[in-house]
Design a binder for this molecule. Structure first.
Ligand code: TYD
Ligand code: MG
Length: 440
């Protein structure tokens, strides 16, 4: 059970302080302080801002929908991931590995919102480093104000006094609350700091983006609780070498799982509006072990290439390695190929890779994985340009997948169709499909 502690806050404006103050440093009101007992885990207290009118219940039908105004970010890809732009007053967590482009994306977006005032809180870089980045991006960013203040209570007072439209915290791991014991970056500091930004976003309508690092195992660093506190979580994934893939893991204002694709160039992140084309740039249909498929990422169909390699196992237990697709699923598909198609993988090492660094959980990729594995085993190429879309069952049956028509339309747009419906629509089982794809 978490211990309750007392929070003092200004009843006029909501400013929080660890101790009682005669005059509020944010709104200058006298004798406005009240106290509230809070358990650290709850992070909440009854809203006090009578000035803002935010505490009185309102009839839902009286709530204006202008409260969900969205701002275009200057990038159609980012807009898509956010569900159609950045929602005013929302709290967003932007995660990703170091060096993948979080600060760049944030600054590009900030500069695009030219007539809105943006505060950039930087605990990672100096103001002049941020200026250098802006120059590199070719933006003058006159609407962006930089502060090195990373103590959250002091920052909150500044923000209350002069609320910006957009607040960028780069990063949530480098801000801290001076009244709390642990070091910056600790779970408590991250959570408690985020709670202050959450309150500012909701009470003051300050649209906020918290930038955060990702840990080695792929979680957003710090507490998972951060993911529950924010409205939207977007994260860079992918290998970061070729393309930068941005995915929404949670979105209160749109579909989660939506994906945006960018290319990092010498002057910033550029939208990749037709990802199928770039994922297939190196596709060579004349080699064995490669198959095309169309996966659905969020609402977007993307044509991708699966590669497989099957080689004799040198010693010990044969290896099964999968990159970009679930390894357990690949083992299951190998068992189906063994049992139903009678291809023996027992003494072979097997490697499966989704080209281009995409990670997908769309089981419509099953069929392409099986066909790439069969092609690799036989060392014979598949008919070039054929697209394989379907889930594969344990009986070797090919199952229907959602939105087949949209997937095929995208394949056709990218120039891949053999003039027919995919094999999966005509042939219902994997052994028959393998036989017809590799005639003797
Ligand atoms: P950055 O946005 O600093 O990453 P993060 O904030 O996620 O750590 O991006 C850093 C990388 O991007 C760095 O390796 C330099 C490269 N970069 C470019 O290639 N082009 C550019 O225009 C910019 C600004 C950065
Ligand atoms: Mg950065």
């Amino acid at each position: 059970m978490a211990k309750a502690r007392t929070i003092h806050y200004c009843a006029a404006c909501g400013y929080e302080s660890p101790k009682w103050l005669g005059q509020c440093p944010a709104c200058q009101a006298w004798n406005s302080f009240a106290e509230h007992k809070e358990t650290p885990a709850s992070g909440h207290r009854a809203s006090a801002g009578s000035k803002t009118g935010g505490d009185r219940p309102r009839r839902l039908s009286d709530v204006g929908t202008d409260e969900a105004v969205r701002w275009a970010t200057g990038s159609a890809e980012l807009d898509r991931v956010l569900g159609g732009g950045l929602v005013r007053g929302s709290l967003t967590l932007l995660g990703g590995d170091p060096g993948i482009g979080k600060s760049t994306l944030a600054l590009q977006m900030a500069a695009f919102l030219g007539d809105r005032k943006v505060w950039y809180v930087s605990g990672e870089e100096s103001a002049s480093q941020i200026r250098q980045r802006a120059e590199r991006l070719g933006i003058d960013a006159a609407n962006v104000w930089v502060t090195p203040q990373t103590e959250v209570t002091a920052l909150a007072a500044l923000l209350e006094a002069e609320p910006p439209d957009l607040l960028l915290i780069d990063s949530i791991q480098t801000v801290y609350r001076g009244d709390l014991e642990p070091l910056p970056g600790s779970v408590t500091q991250i959570r408690e700091s985020a709670a202050v930004f959450q309150r500012l976003a909701k009470q003051r309508g300050i649209t906020t983006v918290l930038i955060g690092h990702v840990t080695k195992d792929g979680d957003l660093a710090g507490p998972r609780v951060l993911e529950h506190m924010v409205d939207t979580v977007v994260q860079f994934d992918g290998d970061g070498r070729t393309y930068r893939l941005l995915r929404s893991l949670k979105n209160r204002f749109g579909a989660s799982g939506e994906i945006g694709v960018f290319r990092m160039e010498t002057d910033g992140l550029k939208d990749v509006s037709q990802p199928s084309d770039v994922f297939l740039a190196d596709y060579d249909g004349s080699v064995s072990g490669t198959a095309l498929s169309v996966v659905l990422e969020g609402t977007r169909p993307i044509v991708i290439e699966v590669q497989a390699l099957v080689v004799p196992a040198t010693y010990g237990t044969p290896q099964r390695t999968a990159t970009g697709y679930d390894a357990a699923r690949v083992r299951m598909l190998l068992a189906v190929l063994e049992q139903r198609v009678k291809l023996a993988y027992a003494n072979r090492d097997v490697f499966v890779n989704v080209a281009g660094g995409l990670k997908t959980t769309d089981t419509a990729l099953d069929l392409a994985v099986c066909m790439a594995l069969a092609s690799a085993w036989l060392d014979r190429p598949l008919p070039a340009g054929r697209v394989f879309v379907g889930e594969v069952g344990l009986g070797g049956e090919i199952r229907a997948v959602p939105l087949l028509e949209r997937r095929l339309a995208e394949a056709a747009r990218a120039g891949y169709h053999d003039g027919s419906t995919p094999a999966s629509a005509r042939i219902k089982d994997l052994p028959a499909l393998v036989r017809s794809s590799f005639p003797t």
